[in-house]
Design a protein around this ligand. Structure first.
Ligand SMILES: [Zn+2]
Length: 584
């Protein structure tokens, strides 16, 4: 790049836009073209012709787009922004095999400074320098002709129309090949810079505006707690650990070749813990999965509504329970807004928080003091605690594990995964899973030491790609996401006092554990476990429904058949199998 690239003769604005369009649709879309050329069906002359045709379509569309958005008063900044978007997208698509859609963008917007730090690297800087520095410098420096407004308007609109026509003709000519390629490789449509981002931003802004303008609507106004209050020391305590980026494929209990879950295995062997082997997540990133898991609407319903509703935690609290959210990650995404919550990420505990970040065990360390601060009246009814893990958050997996838990070596010590061998990446990831196993084991040990009914439910928010099919990280659009990103671990542990408290048979859950389960099951299962009764409960989604004693037994326990009938009606279930036995 030399100074001679900048012409001293001012260029016409339309020529400027054409040059920018040429850059964006070729080098600015390098990952798209490389992916297309790498497809198995691209290895013949007809396919090359098809790709060339598609190239013309992208170029024509870019020209039309630039003619409509680039105007004199903001020409230079808007060009730089487009170059920046294309460069960042290209880097992430090329490096991690991700694509840019609304949920990926939403996740990126919600990313905090620490997560950004995990992504920064020299190769990212180099990519941005190449993609923005060189063309951006030219774009900024190049003098532009001063053109009267009217002729310029006419010319840009005219060119936009011509470019659109060219695009339509090319689409028509190459429709058959184009349509089949796009159908077979749907992720391609999210790879076209900068339109992937423009489209996702528009959808996000429209969605967020609609979302933010809504009040949070209450749910579960009828929620009540079955049974009477006991006291703070004997009431049940349920801990729900929301895992991060743990995928089922690398869990020892799920049959993974490596023993990544020795502590959980011990609990399973002693019959205290049950592992659910076919669990599917609601989304492929935290931003989608987390709110969806706690919603009563399930994956289908949650995805369809822009309205804001309360969640499981509000219902538990409304029923009278004490609720606490501890967060060691990027926050609760609004779920804990109305319940007591605390952030453990940046506590100054020298043993568990070296280098300014806390390992997940920090949540366990502060748990007792936070429990003591909850309202005693509520605690007497029982407590539900959510611990939101840092878990296996990537790409810096190695940061998630204290030194003494680095069992699998050598570890990848870079956040640019391509700089490591696949084995090093898997080693670092597996160590983080093993540390989660330790964290869960420690949590169970602490729960056991409490002289009250206790339970642990563990489920991860989504999985992770570790290089399979060239994909890394997570966040693929759900319909095309590989199972590594959607198949997650889930486990349930009950203390002996908890089994007594629930009145459940020890073996009742075994049948469910091998059945397909999704995040949709969490809401009703947690209600069931917490003995909270509401119309929102769906028996068919309760993984513990088989554990519920039948109507006969309920009557024997409570002696109040009418109450049970009433409860059954409200729960919209049959009287023969009342899912909500009274207790106490
Ligand atoms: Zn996540």
């Amino acid at each position: 790049m030399t100074l001679s690239l900048v012409s001293h003769r001012p260029l016409h604005p339309v020529v400027m836009s054409l040059i920018l369009a040429l850059w964006l649709s070729t080098l600015g879309n390098a990952p798209l073209w490389l992916t297309l050329l790498g497809l198995p069906e691209s290895h013949n002359p007809r396919a090359w012709l098809g790709i060339a045709g598609f190239g013309v379509v992208v170029l024509a569309f870019t020209v039309a787009f630039l003619c409509l958005v680039v105007w004199p008063w903001w020409r230079k900044p808007v060009g730089l922004v487009l170059l920046l978007v294309a460069a960042f997208n290209s880097y992430f698509m090329y490096t991690y095999g991700v694509v840019i859609d609304t949920s990926m963008l939403a996740n990126a917007v919600q990313t905090d400074a620490r997560e950004v730090r995990d992504l920064l690297s020299w190769s990212m800087l180099a990519a941005v320098m190449l993609g923005v520095g060189l063309p951006g410098w030219w774009w900024w420096k190049q003098p532009v002709q001063q053109t009267p407004a009217r002729p310029l308007l006419a010319r840009q609109i005219g060119l936009a129309v011509v470019a659109t026509l060219v695009m339509l003709v090319m689409v028509w000519l190459s429709f058959q090949d184009l349509a089949s390629t796009m159908r077979n490789h749907r992720s391609l449509r999210y790879m076209i810079n900068p339109f992937n981002t423009v489209y996702a931003t528009m959808r996000l802004v429209v969605g967020n505006t609609a979302h933010a303008s809504q009040l949070v609507q209450p749910i579960g106004a009828d929620a009540t707690l079955l049974g009477s209050a006991s006291d703070v020391d004997t009431s049940p305590l349920i801990v729900l650990v929301v895992g991060e980026t743990a995928r089922a494929a690398n869990v020892g209990l799920a049959g993974y070749a490596r023993d990544t879950t020795p502590r959980l295995k011990q609990l399973q062997d002693s019959g205290e813990l049950v592992y659910f082997s076919k669990v599917t997540s609601c989304g492929t990133n935290t931003q989608v999965s987390l709110p969806c898991m706690f919603s009563d609407l399930g994956r289908d319903g949650y995805g369809k509504t822009e309205a804001r509703f309360e969640n499981l935690l509000d219902v538990l609290q409304r029923a009278g329970m004490a609720v606490l959210w501890l967060d060691n990650q990027s926050g609760c995404k609004g779920l804990c807004d109305r319940v007591p919550h605390a952030d453990t990420r940046e506590l100054k505990d020298p043993s568990l928080c070296p280098e300014g970040e806390c390992f997940d065990e920090e949540m366990l360390r502060v748990l007792p003091e936070h429990l003591n601060q909850l309202e005693p009246v509520r605690r007497a009814h029982g407590t539900v605690v959510v611990m939101h893990q840092m878990g296996s958050h990537g790409p810096a997996y190695y940061k998630r594990t204290p030194p003494e838990f680095k069992v699998f070596t050598p570890e990848c010590h870079s956040n640019v995964l391509q700089e490591c061998s696949d084995q090093e990446i898997v080693n670092a990831y597996d160590n983080s899973v093993r540390y989660t196993d330790h964290f869960l084991g420690q949590t169970v040990a602490w729960l056991k030491s409490q002289k009250r009914p206790t339970a642990l439910v563990y489920v991860s928010d989504h999985g992770e790609s570790l290089g399979e099919k060239g994909l890394y990280l997570h966040g693929m659009p759900y319909a095309m996401a590989p199972k590594e990103q959607t198949s997650v671990p889930m486990a349930v542990w009950f203390s002996a006092p908890m089994l007594n408290h629930l009145g459940w048979d020890k073996s009742c859950w075994l049948g469910q554990a091998s059945q397909p389960v999704t995040h949709d099951n969490l809401f009703s299962s947690m209600l069931s476990l917490a003995h909270v009764q509401t119309r929102l409960y769906k028996r068919q989604l309760d993984v513990f429904s088989a554990c519920q004693p039948g109507q006969r037994k309920v009557q024997a326990i409570t002696g109040l058949p009418s109450a049970s009938e009433h409860a059954a009606k409200r729960l919209n279930t049959t009287v023969e199998a009342d899912p909500k036995p009274s207790h106490g």
